[in-house]
Design a binder for this molecule. Structure first.
Ligand SMILES: Cc1ncc(COP(=O)(O)O)c(C=O)c1O
Length: 370
């Protein structure tokens, strides 16, 4: 049985006619950037996420970079974030000229450990950037308290957390601003690239809109240095056809996770934990597995794809060597990187496929024990 990590064909099939109709409509109008679809998506997805402003942008990396720039963060500033994330989180900070300062993660949730944030604050710290990794929000209450006490901004990396909730509030409304990615495999994905900024801050929203479009509010008049970070109309139209299905997609992911949890019970793997007060939307279903690499190979031989998100933490990436981190600096992060494995997860996955994956995991450890 061949099971991919993500199956986009299955999501596309039932939406095909509608998506093609919307794309045709955009092409007939030939208004390809910042038109009706982007404007409507901005209203709809900001509303969905519980924020007053939405800004469609070209991708999640641009969303992060634009937020940081719109807040005036740049050279000489520090931003506290995690190294256990996709590289773009740290990259966006570096792209502004600021310095990422990495905090270790909680060993159970794999998310920013709020208890370790305060000791990293210096006179240069401008913001805390929690990452809602794998589809689960960071424990925000202690982060809000620290930010309030030190006058810091809170920027959510919600690129993997469309629809995730923290005590009933959605990712995207839990900080000064949030960045989303609509990379094709995300819980809400474009058929190409896309990104989004949500915020309740009027001034930040205005600045972000300017940075997204070469620093201009009026064509050919440039008030600040920005870049081209615009979302295009075709991707916005695709996203608008998918948005009404997001809750159902997330509900299916949650049901699949519960099924995986059940089927994997009694094996040596550690299944993901939904922290109290959270609604996890399982962008990824990540287990902690003894003999991870051999397990991954065994699954591959059975046609089961899996992934490692992420094998090298940001602080040990070659591109960030100049920051001066070394192995051992973030022990919980480094240990997780060597043990985690993402199993197939997408809304259209079947119960039979989940059982096959879990049985294959069980067989692997039975063989090792015997
Ligand atoms: C946690 C995280 N941050 C940032 C990004 C960057 O988003 P994009 O690939 O749309 O630039 C991603 C997406 O892959 C991500 O998963």
């Amino acid at each position: 049985m061949a099971i991919p990590l993500v199956d986009l064909h299955k999501q596309y099939a039932p939406l095909k006619d509608q998506v093609l109709g919307e794309i045709e409509h955009v092409l007939e109008g030939m208004h390809l950037f910042l038109g009706d679809n982007v404007r409507d998506l901005e209203r709809e997805f900001a509303g969905y996420s519980g924020a007053t402003h939405g800004i469609g942008v070209s991708d999640g990396t641009a969303a992060l970079t634009i937020i940081l720039r719109a807040l005036g963060i740049g050279p000489g500033d520090e931003v506290i974030t995690v190294a256990h994330t996709f590289f773009a989180t740290a990259e966006a900070i570096v792209l502004t000229g600021a310095r990422p300062v990495f905090v270790d993660i909680d060993p159970v949730s794999y998310l920013m450990d709020p208890a370790q944030v305060e000791c990293l604050i210096t006179a240069r710290t401008k913001a805390i950037l929690p990452v809602h990794l794998y589809g689960q929000t960071v424990e925000m209450e202690p982060i809000w308290n620290i930010a309030r006490r030190y006058g810091l901004k809170v920027i959510e990396d919600a690129c993997q957390a469309h629809g995730a909730e923290y005590h009933g509030r959605k990712a995207g409304s839990l900080g000064d601003a949030a960045a989303f990615s609509f990379y094709y495999s995300k819980n809400l994905g474009a058929f190409g690239e896309g990104g989004f900024i949500s915020t309740n801050d009027d001034e930040l929203a205005r600045n972000a809109r300017m940075v997204r479009d070469h620093g201009s509010e009026r064509r050919y008049y440039h008030d600040v240095i920005g870049f081209n970070g615009r979302l295009d109309e075709i991707q916005a139209a695709v996203l608008r056809t998918k948005l009404p299905h997001l809750d159902e997609y997330n509900a299916r992911r949650r049901a699949h996770a519960a099924r995986y949890d059940q089927c994997l019970a009694g094996t040596p793997v550690v299944t993901p934990v939904e922290c109290a007060g959270n609604k996890h939307v399982y962008h990824l279903y990540v287990i902690r597995a003894p003999e991870r690499d051999a397990l991954q190979e065994w699954l591959k031989e059975r046609g089961i794809a899996s992934g490692i998100h992420y094998p090298v933490p940001c602080h040990l990436q070659k591109a960030l060597a100049s920051l001066g981190y070394k192995p051992g600096d973030l022990p919980v992060t480094e240990r997780a990187a060597g043990e985690i494995l993402s199993l197939p997860m997408y809304p259209e996955l079947t119960g039979e496929e989940i059982a096959f994956v879990a049985d294959s995991v069980r067989e692997f450890y039975a063989k090792r024990a015997g």
